[in-house]
Ligand binder design. Sequence first.
Ligand code: NAD
Ligand code: DAU
Length: 339
Amino acid sequence: MNIVVTGGAGFIGANFVYFLLKNRPSDKVICFDALTYAGNLETLATAQFMPNFKFIRGDISDRAAVDELFTTMRPDVVVNFAAESHVDRSIDDPELFLRTNIIGTSVLLDACKKYGIKRFHQVSTDEVYGDLPLDKPELFFTETTNLHTSSPYSASKASADLLVQAYGRTYGIPATISRCSNNYGPYHFPEKLIPLMIINALNDKKLPVYGEGKNVRDWLYVEDHCRAIDMIIRHGRDGEVYNVGGHNERANIDVVEMILHILGKPESLIEFVTDRKGHDLRYAIDPSKIEHELGWKPKVKFEDGIKRTIDWYVEHEDWWKKIISGEYQQYYEKMYGNR
Ligand code: NAD
Ligand code: DAU
């Protein structure tokens, strides 16, 4: 199969590219990525040597570029990871999120309609369900939970999901959607909680925890997410939504303390800072559907995955030092300077 992976130079997309190259050697993997601040060709350096891998620089909201992608590569499957993905950036400047996440998805769907496709898979997020209260641990997001978004980011992702479902119903595009909880692992851009805290701790810098650090996220090791998507594109049913998560809920402060403990750094590095606007309280996925229908189960326990991730950042200073020495400096100052 020819599999186009949009956003494959970002965190999860790149992990998915490597997952396919390792586990599906007869597939051809084409990464289509605009290389925004979050895309990184160095992440794909090893893939570039593989004969069944090709990188094409392009923007999913650019109709001519997407048409050319479809006519030259003739994809059987498109997996759409390409997105503006950071909630804080969406609060600061929503418009780009609408262009990439909504218009970009519609342009890809139009190409699927025009040229045909065996499967379009939309990589969505549990954030489309909004949040759950902290004092009702019995509540979980299921695939039938109402969409109820909080940030411009999650609103743009929910809009994209609705478009995917509309194109499925109206034009018969064979499409699936996965809604996963928070991922962590190698190649995670250091604007997000776990890599930011690891890198700040390694540099003996303050660790900025929003509010009181009580917000809860449901963490999944990135490879488990990649395996779920691989199962969905091969065995999932057209038109279906699959929630992906591993019942691994943790308060932010507990995650941050764990990172400090593993690195042997003092808790005095923690600094509580002004909370995120509209900050979602708790995410918690009910993954029963994908478990029962496709036999998916997470393989990596958080205690192991977080150690593996920290080791990766310790061993790959070159990768993140280049990132944090560039425009990231201005980003950091803008977001955290007066917080
Ligand atoms: P990321 O920000 O690390 O990577 C996004 C990638 O998309 C980058 O390589 C970037 O260059 C590319 N991109 C951005 N705009 C583009 C455009 N217009 N055209 C082509 N490429 C473009 O994001 P991530 O954390 O890897 O997330 C990937 C997807 O998974 C997103 O759709 C996100 O909503 C979803 N998701 C993320 C998580 C998570 O915890 N990170 C969890 C669930 C779902
Ligand atoms: O749930 C899936 C989503 O997870 C994805 O759809 C998003 O693309 C991804 O970015 C992530 O969103 P979050 O907002 O949950 O992730 P983030 O790493 O930005 O923040 C995790 C929690 O940590 C959140 O409660 C905010 C808090 N936080 C974050 C940062 C960056 C801090 O306390 N301090 C920080 O500096």
